[in-house]
Design a protein around this ligand. Structure first.
Ligand SMILES: [Zn+2]
Length: 190
């Protein structure tokens, strides 16, 4: 699979709840592989962005699966951690606003409030349950991706916040987006 298989807004599937995975069949393993390939292919087409993580809905497979790069600071590391049926069991720490983007929301970034710490439980590729605790940026990634499994896109958290929207310039900088002109009544986003 390639970046062209990644669905973007206004595709309504992005606002649907994904289904729990039952038995981890070869077909499920193929979905996991496809998610990774699409993320890496997407990243290779972008100059200033990293494909940090993906939820299965983003390749139009409405299953609760999330993949997260093991080392998103190193673009050469193409390995991922796999989370099947991921669930947040605890949100704690503080609520902090920071920038988020999404492979399914073209060129729009937002400052989204998220908890600084999470506990997550999931199944691995063999169907074995495991738990992780994450802080900071990784905690944000989990909240963003598990939202996808529940039909929530990051912009839904900042829908009515005029100062929370940004766009990526050619040089990689983020600049504020005119809310009234480009966000509020944008039929692609809502
Ligand atoms: Zn996303």
């Amino acid at each position: 699979m390639t970046k062209d298989h990644i669905i973007t807004l206004p595709n309504p599937h992005l606002r649907e709840k994904s289904k729990k995975v039952g038995i981890i069949t070869d077909a499920i393993k193929k979905v996991v592989q496809n998610m990774q390939a699409a993320t890496i292919d997407w990243e290779e087409s972008r100059n200033h962005e990293v494909g940090v993580a993906l939820a299965a809905v983003q390749i139009d497979s409405l299953l609760k699966i999330v993949v997260v790069r093991n080392n998103y600071d190193n673009k050469d590391d193409h390995t991922f951690a796999i989370f099947i049926n991921p669930e947040i069991t605890k949100l704690y720490g503080e609520i902090v606003e920071d920038y988020e983007g999404c492979l399914s929301v073209k060129d729009v970034y937002g400052k989204v409030p998220r908890y600084t710490k999470v506990k997550v439980k999931a199944l691995d590729i063999h169907g074995k349950e495991f738990r992780v605790t994450a802080e900071g940026f990784l905690a944000r990634i989990f909240q963003h991706e598990i939202d996808h499994c529940n039909g929530v896109v990051f912009i839904d958290h900042i829908h009515d916040k005029p100062n929370a929207f940004f766009q990526l310039k050619e040089n990689g900088d983020l600049e504020p987006l005119d809310y009234d002109k480009h966000v509020k009544n944008n039929r692609i986003l809502w």
